[in-house]
Design a protein. Sequence first.
Length: 411
Amino acid sequence: MRAAAAFLMIAASLAGCGRVEGVMAPVALEAPPGASRVDMIVATTRSETDVPPSEMFSGERGGALAFADIGVSIPPDANRQIGDVQWPQSLPPDPAREFATLRAERLDRSSAMARLDARAKRVKSREVLVFVHGYNTRFADAVYRFAQIIHDSGTDAIPVLFTWPSRGRTLAYGYDHESASFSRDALERLLADIVADPSVGELSILAHSMGNWVTLEALRQMAIRNHGLPAKIADVMLAAPDVDFDVFQTQLREIGPAASRFVVFVSRNDQALAASRRVWGDKPRLGGVDPADPVYAQDFARDRIVVVDLSNVSSDDPLGHSTFAAAPAVVRAIGSRLSGGQTLSEGAGVGERLGAVTAGAIGVVGSAAGAAVQAPFAPFDSHARDHFGDDLDAIGDSLSYGARAGASLAR
């Protein structure tokens, strides 16, 4: 109860926080000198929304895989901190200092694949990078974060965002987790379509936090269906994976020898994964294990998995969970490796050049116990600040229900 009370105090202190909405509405702006543009194909299992239309897709589950082509303007490097997403302070945004949406066009599947094919033909590397975001991520957040990663990494890989139905709320962890499972078939189909494109040379995947769950499930299904993964799938980068280590082992057994393509980023100082571990029955999360521990080291060695230990990598992230996108050296190292045609599992010194690969904070289940565990981390979660008003009601209901249930069990 003390923990829950602390959570309520923290939530109250954040009640006035918020940010500009509707940033996905395209604006006609003249980009200033030095500004950059990132164009990405978006595939999503989110439901389309017309209220407001500028949001494009909501946090609810859609009936079928939907597509879009989105262009994002990024301010000149001289006016921004590399690794940050400069969210607009008002609309229309200032392109000299803020991210801005230049185009947001809904597409059908055939049109989306045709545009991907055309872009692949224009890029020397012919590589596609699919990004799968984590828990507590709204549609616009996923778009802007991936645009930042692509720009700051300097990669010429063609960006494809796979965004699944996250409500973008701290206490919607359970819904988000089920939505990730709901989306695994769609991600498998997307990967299969990209692999089937003759203009695509290689496909790499970068997954963050809960996004690792849907990624591993999709790859597991693909391997079972096709008796292995396609050769075109090069790097599979698992960043701060919020996946039970034992479950990961079962997934790898089905994926098979392709496990050698995996790079796992871990940190013993990841407080968010430590909280997740407490919620999931004190079972180790893949992203939080000590790779030097013989219990884990022998499994990683057997499966020929490259492990990057980021426990001693400095970061501005107080949770030690969302450093990769904010660390210039990290995203640039990934970009140079991908654009250079060298997989992350090749060569030595990977751990010396790469930092934490994550993009958001993991949360916990929307219950009284979950709220207590989440409380110390909530102030650092940008999405949580926008939705604490709704979440407080859920906490109150959970506390009341928990008390009644406890009394009933006691009798």
